[in-house]
Design a protein around this ligand. Structure first.
Ligand SMILES: NC(=O)c1ccc[n+]([C@@H]2O[C@H](COP(=O)([O-])OP(=O)(O)OC[C@H]3O[C@@H](n4cnc5c(N)ncnc54)[C@H](O)[C@@H]3O)[C@@H](O)[C@H]2O)c1
Length: 309
């Protein structure tokens, strides 16, 4: 393996986790964040996550925290941005990166839903700009969507897919730069319907979640929706769609029901109540259950810094 120089912009939830993946695989990682408090805590945060994974702390020797964007991207082979989901902020970051990074560095945004072409508006040359959409937690969920724009060079996509495979991820190529890419379009189509069912009084929020977790969700990790359509037959699928599509929610704006909850201060975990009430203990228990499930399903990716069993 050739050790690559990976620059990460943003040391929050996703940035520290993405840094950890590359460092565990033996790559050289530089990371920065504009907040001094975040910068000074990044190594401890990565160390804590390595502990949670039962992994050795050796990966930390591959990570350097620096104070500025310029120091972070100097000499980088890849620059991965994991700053807040704000188009103007991301545009400014990449305008600066395009000036400060080597001209052949590949520039990637971890945006959840914003089209990559909009984020990279000021970047030249544009062939090196693409999206790498990781999923939380990035060290456990295998998928990374590699998103191309009409200008993205084939070799930038191929090199990024190869790098991601090598560090144990499952990259997929998204051929069109559409809002939400593939994963979040699917996920939020489901959430729109889930919220509509509750808003219309068809069932309560707990029931929606039970139907997913004990029903079709139990199959999803091994049976994708289109595999499932083949399994049951496209003729049956066609018949079902004829009956149910006219009844599905087709809103093109966020749900007024969600606005009502937000207006009541019901923001979810952060306010102690969203669709349900969440004590700190219940929040911790749900997070622990999720981590246990993902660890059991996907384990920790193979790494160059730790001998394989
Ligand atoms: N949280 C998720 O589940 C998830 C999943 C996939 C993608 N994403 C996307 O990843 C990105 C980061 O999300 P997060 O959850 O890590 O957020 P976060 O708030 O945990 O971290 C963002 C970090 O970026 C820093 N930051 C602010 N301005 C910056 C700048 N100019 N340059 C560099 N860093 C800057 C902040 O100080 C903060 O530490 C967002 O675009 C988000 O939509 C998030």
């Amino acid at each position: 393996m050739t050790a690559r120089r990976i620059a990460i912009l943003g040391g929050g939830l996703m940035g520290h986790g993405i840094a950890l993946v590359f460092a565990r695989a033996g790559h050289t990682v530089t990371i920065t964040d504009p907040l001094p408090g975040v910068r000074s805590a990044i190594l401890a945060r990565i160390s804590g996550t390595l502990d949670d994974l039962g992994a050795s702390g050796d990966a930390l020797t591959h990570v350097t925290v620096v104070d500025t964007l310029e120091a972070c991207v100097a000499g980088a082979d890849w620059v991965i941005e994991a700053a807040p989901e704000d188009l103007a902020l991301k545009q400014k970051i990449f305008a600066d990166v395009a000036r400060a990074a080597p001209r052949d560095a590949i520039l990637a945004s971890n945006t959840s839903v914003i089209p990559i072409g909009q984020i990279m508006a000021e970047v030249t040359p544009r062939g090196r700009a693409l999206g790498t959409h990781w999923w939380n937690p990035p060290y456990l969920v295998p998928l990374v969507e590699v998103v191309r724009t009409p200008q993205t060079a084939d070799d930038a996509v191929a090199a990024t897919m190869a790098l991601l495979r090598e560090v144990g991820k499952t990259p997929v190529e998204v051929r069109k730069d559409v809002a939400g890419f593939v994963g979040n379009r699917l996920q939020h189509a489901l959430w729109r319907e889930a919220i509509a069912l509750v808003a219309e009084g068809v069932c309560d929020a707990e029931t929606v979640d039970e139907v997913v977790k004990s029903g079709f969700g139990a199959r999803l990790a091994v049976l994708g929706p289109l595999e499932n359509a083949d399994l049951v037959g496209l003729d049956l699928t066609r018949a079902i769609h004829g009956y149910v599509f006219p009844a599905l929610d087709r809103a093109t704006t966020p749900s007024p029901y969600l606005d009502e909850l937000i207006a009541q201060g019901r923001l979810g975990f952060k306010s102690g109540e969203g669709f349900a009430r969440w004590s700190p203990e219940q929040q911790a228990a749900l997070r622990a259950r999720l981590t246990r499930h993902l660890k059991a399903s996907f384990g920790a990716p193979a790494s160059a810094t730790e001998p394989k069993p």
